[in-house]
Design a protein around this ligand. Sequence first.
Ligand SMILES: Nc1ncnc2c1ncn2[C@@H]1O[C@H](COP(=O)(O)OP(=O)(O)O)[C@@H](O)[C@H]1O
Ligand SMILES: [Mg+2]
Length: 177
Amino acid sequence: MAGAEVSKSEVVGREEDLATVRGFLADIERLPSAVFVEGEAGIGKTTLWRAGAAAAEELGYLVLSTRPAEAESRISYAALSDLLGSVIDRAVVELPPPQRGALEVALLLRDAEGRVPDQGAIAFGVLGALRAVADMPVLVAVDDAPRIDRHLRNGDRRRQDERPDEGRREPRSRDHL
Ligand SMILES: Nc1ncnc2c1ncn2[C@@H]1O[C@H](COP(=O)(O)OP(=O)(O)O)[C@@H](O)[C@H]1O
Ligand SMILES: [Mg+2]
């Protein structure tokens, strides 16, 4: 369960969509913001998502990505583990201990010692972790957002009510980049 593969693959056509994604990525002043990609299966959402993530890397973004598999939707914080896995060490080092502890327990990096991690502490920990690595623009790229595990989704409910899917600086998709 490493971060998602976001290697560049050939995209045929889709110039308008790619331009939208690139324009979104280039508009750093507008951060934080989100782009969502929606459509039927097979229409090319993942292809666009990959191209968007590759474009973000070229633009100097730190790309944190996940492509949760169906089975992972039942695993607590599986997507969060993908998203933060590559940066977790430096992301948590300066977090307040309750947030760091809760986040590390949620990501199975630390023994829970019989206590269920507090959702609020995890949420603040995630925010703090993202801020800690945001010395460059950060793209949180999620492909197949409905497969995000329910723990992470529940924590994200307020944002989902505000906009149909999730994200922050990225091509959105029911796949969302
Ligand atoms: N613009 C495109 N250029 C090249 N191949 C594409 C393009 N859009 C889709 N495909 C191909 O079509 C198939 C389905 O696309 P995919 O991105 O997985 O769709 P979705 O994520 O919407 O289900 C994949 O094999 C993909 O490589
Ligand atoms: Mg797809």
